[in-house]
Design a protein around this ligand. Structure first.
Ligand SMILES: *Cc1c(COP(=O)(O)O)cnc(C)c1O
Length: 430
């Protein structure tokens, strides 16, 4: 499979090149030149197939030219080496728990897959690759964990000072070895701006072999299709499920829409957003106005200008009416998020994290006008990752899993950085 740049359709690269580059010149996102179709037999026998097999079939058309079959199967099975249970929360609402990986959030899937692909690809390179990544909270931990100890890969993570949770910050800043954390005096958008500036800096790129690990990277984006198939493997109802995806940069939901376009029998999609809702407003009014990100309780979705939305438009051939037939969007405030965490716990015993709570609120609102449609919320993080938010709401402690407990005791190591590009450049070159 080849990938073209959404900035310049004549700019075409292989999976290997697109993975190493991260993005095309002019900040173009790579997009596959065709949408592969799953064999009918696969779709009919979804429930009988091993998870490794369905995941392999989803990814092989994209990566199979550049990674030999045995290696790709190995990468896939390592990537999905943890359960993804579908839990019934109420009569019409289910949670697909994506937080059973090592850093307790769904980004583990993409980060584990990408790090292993990059490790495979750099075997033949003679200088180290530097993965430069901006995080609003969860990406950094997943990337740090995924790349920890991978030979030939250095990782530099930028995160907004004071805007990530305690557990997130520990996951970013305590590994050491080939993982370094920069605590930026600014917002996530500042971090992303700095990273983009570094990629656009030609003289810097002559010095360093830079790549990204944000959700724009095809090797992070594409494996996120896997768990939509895992959801269907556990789905016991005739009607296709509605999928409600807590969304920030829109990579996860875009992967779901891609899996649907490849033939997975998934129903309508809902983008559940906090007040950073440029896409929701676009779906309602047809005008796209990115805005600076506002800090919310669901901080991994505090994104003012979602990078992956252009991929959704491309998937639907720039036809807004088609997009709207597949996708609805809802805005959820912090107050509604708090109420949902509490009411869900009180009525069902289910403890959602703030991102999942945004999802349950959006799904409930959709179901008010679409009664009888069962839906799945992608529960994107474990509530303990946000215990600072959750505990004051529920008044109960969230038990720390042992892996997290061990991390909390390690010392934070981060370099404080001004939110200007000159500072980042100096740091990278020093
Ligand atoms: C990153 C993240 C999101 C948003 O995912 P996108 O792919 O950026 O839309 C939602 N929830 C959690 C917990 C996250 O870490």
């Amino acid at each position: 499979m080849k990938f073209y740049s959404l900035q310049d359709r004549s700019y075409i690269r292989s999976f290997r090149e697109a993975t190493i580059m991260g993005q095309a010149p002019g900040r173009g996102l790579f997009f596959p030149e065709r949408i592969p179709q799953l064999p009918v037999e696969t779709i009919q026998s979804l429930k009988e197939l091993p998870r490794e097999e369905i995941a392999f079939q989803l990814i092989a058309p994209y990566a199979g030219d550049d990674i030999d079959t045995a290696a790709l199967r190995h990468i896939v099975s390592e990537t999905i080496d943890f359960p993804v249970p579908l839990v019934q929360v109420q009569e019409q609402q289910f949670a697909l728990e994506l937080f059973h990986g090592p850093t307790l959030a769904f980004k583990d899937t993409g980060a584990r897959f990408m790090s292993r692909c990059l490790g495979y690809f750099v075997q033949g390179e003679n200088r180290p690759v530097t993965v430069l990544v901006a995080t609003s909270g969860d990406t950094g931990g997943a990337v740090a964990d995924g790349f920890y100890g991978v030979d030939g890969v250095e990782v530099v993570i930028l995160y907004p000072s004071g805007k990530v949770s305690t557990v997130q910050e520990k996951q970013l800043t305590t590994l050491g070895k080939n993982i370094r954390a920069l605590e930026v005096k600014g917002s996530f958008d500042d971090c992303q701006r700095l990273v983009k500036a570094a990629f656009a800096d030609e003289s810097l790129n002559r010095e360093l072999f830079l790549t990204s690990a944000n959700s724009i990277n095809v090797a992070r984006w594409l494996p996120q299709q896997f768990y939509y198939a895992f959801a269907l493997q556990q789905w016991q109802h005739q009607q296709a499920p509605v999928l409600c995806v807590p969304s920030g940069n829109f990579g996860n939901i875009c992967a779901g829409l891609l899996a649907r376009a490849s033939g997975l029998p998934l129903g309508h999609f809902i983008a559940a957003c906090n007040v950073n809702d440029v896409v929701v407003r676009y779906l309602q009014a047809g005008a796209y106005h990115p805005q600076p990100a506002v800090a919310t309780l669901s901080n991994a979705m505090d994104v003012g200008e979602p990078s992956n939305f252009v991929r959704i438009l491309e998937l639907f051939e720039q036809n807004l009416e088609q997009v709207k037939m597949a996708l609805s969007g809802y805005t959820v405030t912090d107050e509604e998020t708090r109420q949902m965490i509490l009411s869900l716990l009180q009525t069902t015993g289910y403890l959602a994290d703030p991102h999942g709570a945004v999802g349950f609120t959006a799904l409930s609102r959709y179901q008010e006008t679409h009664p009888g449609q069962k839906g799945i919320v992608l529960e994107t993080a474990h509530p303990v990752k946000f215990f600072d938010v959750v505990e004051p709401i529920t008044g109960q402690p969230v038990a720390l899993p042992a892996s997290v407990q061990a991390r909390m005791e390690l010392e934070k190591k981060a370099v404080l950085l001004e939110a200007d590009y000159a500072s980042l450049r100096d740091y990278l070159l020093s």
